[in-house]
Design a protein around this ligand. Structure first.
Ligand code: G3P
Ligand code: CA
Length: 330
């Protein structure tokens, strides 16, 4: 008996693709996620200099591409303040799409995922359009609808430099036939104001991301002292339900860990969110012991079992096959 909001099995979201097995945010990672059982694939989106949406977790791309090896781009290395943090490197907004297409992706955490370095240098940075094309082609090939779960990354920043993410995202989704509250798409953001804006422009499902520390960057920009913690109060959830269909939460907000990494008792957040009419999607599930609670070392299935038993409506996973294995037992 599942305790999800709608009584249906939880969805599996391929987090940056099947990023446990391939360099993140590559078509190879997304395709493998689908083949391993993901229902949705998750591109984090930033903009190129010419306003094209591409999949990267940050606009600074030295950690996940070979840009540092390209002598022709050496002069573009620079230092910027992004969401209040000083970053030195190469930034997507300083490159045209054509230039970005000459780069190749690499594994973000080679010290943990050394086997993925076998794929370094093989795959391009994909555009949102290429990801949509893949989702549609794979839907036909595998005989089930593969959804997309795009995230606007650094939306206030991109707005501030004249490359807003929201309009090209909505235009792309509309041009590709995604429309209405039941479309296989969730648009997510760690900021609040751009989601509220999007809610005035689209009926597509929106997801308020909530971290377990800190505050949305637009709250910092706009002043005030509200934090992510305020968003998970009863009044915070009621407010979110006016513009979003789901919350996407750090899993420690659902089951906290103590200072040794041992699980504590679950919070009431899933129940509270469901009472507000909100779905709850949790991130991020990873197989490696480094990321697992002490209770489940060597046994990542146990973590899914726990969160599924609590009624979570979806999981962001780097290893969709592990999520699928447990989902099949529900
Ligand atoms: O978007 C939610 C999930 O992906 C966790 O956040 O930092 O991996 O984009 P992040
Ligand atoms: Ca994300």
């Amino acid at each position: 008996m599942t305790k999800t909001l709608q009584g249906t099995p939880p969805i599996i979201i391929g987090h940056r693709g099947a990023s446990g097995y391939r360099p993140e945010h590559t078509l190879a990672a997304y395709e493998l996620a689908i083949d391993l059982g993901a229902d949705y694939i998750e591109p984090d989106l930033v903009a190129s200099k010419d306003g094209v949406l591409i999949a990267r977790h940050e606009n600074e791309i030295s950690e996940t591409t070979d840009v540092g090896n390209h002598a022709e781009f050496a002069q573009r290395q620079t230092t910027k303040i992004i969401d209040g943090e000083t970053k030195t490197g190469w930034f997507t907004e300083d490159f045209t799409l054509a230039e970005l297409k000459t780069l190749r992706a690499k594994e973000r955490i080679p010290e943990v995922r050394s086997q993925n370095t076998n794929y370094d240098g093989l795959f391009e940075i994909p555009t949102l359009q290429e990801i949509i094309n893949l989702a549609k082609a794979k839907s036909t090939a595998v005989g089930r609808t593969i959804g997309i779960y795009p995230e606007t990354k650094h939306p206030s920043y991109f707005q501030s430099i004249g490359l807003p993410l929201e309009e090209p995202l909505l235009a792309s989704l509309q041009a590709n036939g995604y429309q209405g509250a039941n479309a296989p798409v969730f648009i997510q953001s760690f900021e609040v104001s751009n989601l509220k804006y999007l809610a005035t422009k689209t009926d597509l499902p929106l997801v308020q991301l909530i971290n377990n520390t800190g505050k949305p960057y637009d709250f910092i920009v706009n002043g005030g002292d509200r934090t992510y913690a305020d968003l998970v109060t009863a009044s915070g959830l009621t407010e979110i339900a006016k513009y979003a269909k789901a919350i996407g939460v750090h899993k420690n907000l659902l089951v906290p860990r103590d200072s040794h990494g041992k699980l504590r008792l679950p919070t009431s957040l899933i129940t509270d969110a469901h009472n507000a009419g909100l779905l709850v999607h949790a991130w991020t599930f990873r197989n490696e012991d480094l990321f697992l609670p002490l209770d489940f070392q060597g046994n990542p299935q146990k973590e899914y079992e726990l969160f599924f038993s609590l009624g979570v409506d979806g999981v962001f996973s780097d290893f969709p096959d592990t999520a699928k294995l447990v989902k099949l037992t529900l």
